[in-house]
Design a protein around this ligand. Sequence first.
Ligand code: CP
Ligand code: NVA
Length: 309
Amino acid sequence: MKHFINLKDIPANDLRNILIDAKKRKIARKKLDNLEIDKGAPLKGKLLIQMFEKSSLRTRLSFYLAIKQLGGSTLTLRPDELHLSKGGESIEDTAKILSNFGNAFMLRTDSDQKLEEFKKYLSIPIINGLSPSSHATQVLSDVFTVEEIKKKPISKLKISWIGDSNNVLNSLIAASIKFSFELNIGCPKKYHPDKNILSYIKKNSNKIFLHDDVKKAALGADVIFSDKVISMNDKVNKTKKINHFKKFRINKKLMSFAKKDCIFLHCLPRGKEVDEEVFSSKQSKVWQQALNRVHVQKSILLYCFGKLR
Ligand code: CP
Ligand code: NVA
């Protein structure tokens, strides 16, 4: 049994094996409909319990399809209906019940500590469905999308992130270290990653660069990533922050500094950080990116169950 919380804590080989499995599975089920089950139904009889303490569309749907396609099933708990959310039950006891009734637990939460506490008391795998510090399932799937479109290992590509220092960027930084790709981050100085992340970069990479000049961040890029300037529950003065990111908006002009065949990716939902012209252009691969989450999360589930081929 394995947990899937942060990319930085998972061996690079394991991450690569997940992607290899996802590629094989995606090809093998080309002609199957959404709810048809993969050959061999590897997770037959297994129940994935999901809980979202924050909004979600893609993660919810993609985990639903992922476990169904592996032959298992899922149940989504509403946090406001649990004793836990009202202080009426401990994480320890909740975890014990989840472990007895289910086979894996996927949690989207506003507390990294909560994930760790659940991990301590669960005897089933826990998967991080987004936390303040990480969005690991998203970014692993994004590596898959990049390699699928570019038909090259990501280590041979120049990746750019233009946007806030948030959970998605933290996971992209970890991915850059695990998969050894160049990452150029374009972000106003005031919003650069915090000192823990900076020291993680310093210790582990010479391929990650920070730019206050947005053009430099986009220069020669094979892929440009972005995300909302204001993340869920971001406790800031929103107008001020959006204003600080004015020059970091992804528009046609900025895309022209990247390679001609540069693609645009965004985990969604979007805000105003990207112009409609770019978002709906041929370079934008955001819908393919969103759908790939199903395929990669299936292999993440199999990894957690120790059933990766
Ligand atoms: N990208 C992503 O995680 O989307 P949701 O918040 O809709 O799940
Ligand atoms: N950074 C965004 C990602 C949403 C999928 C957030 O945390 O709100």
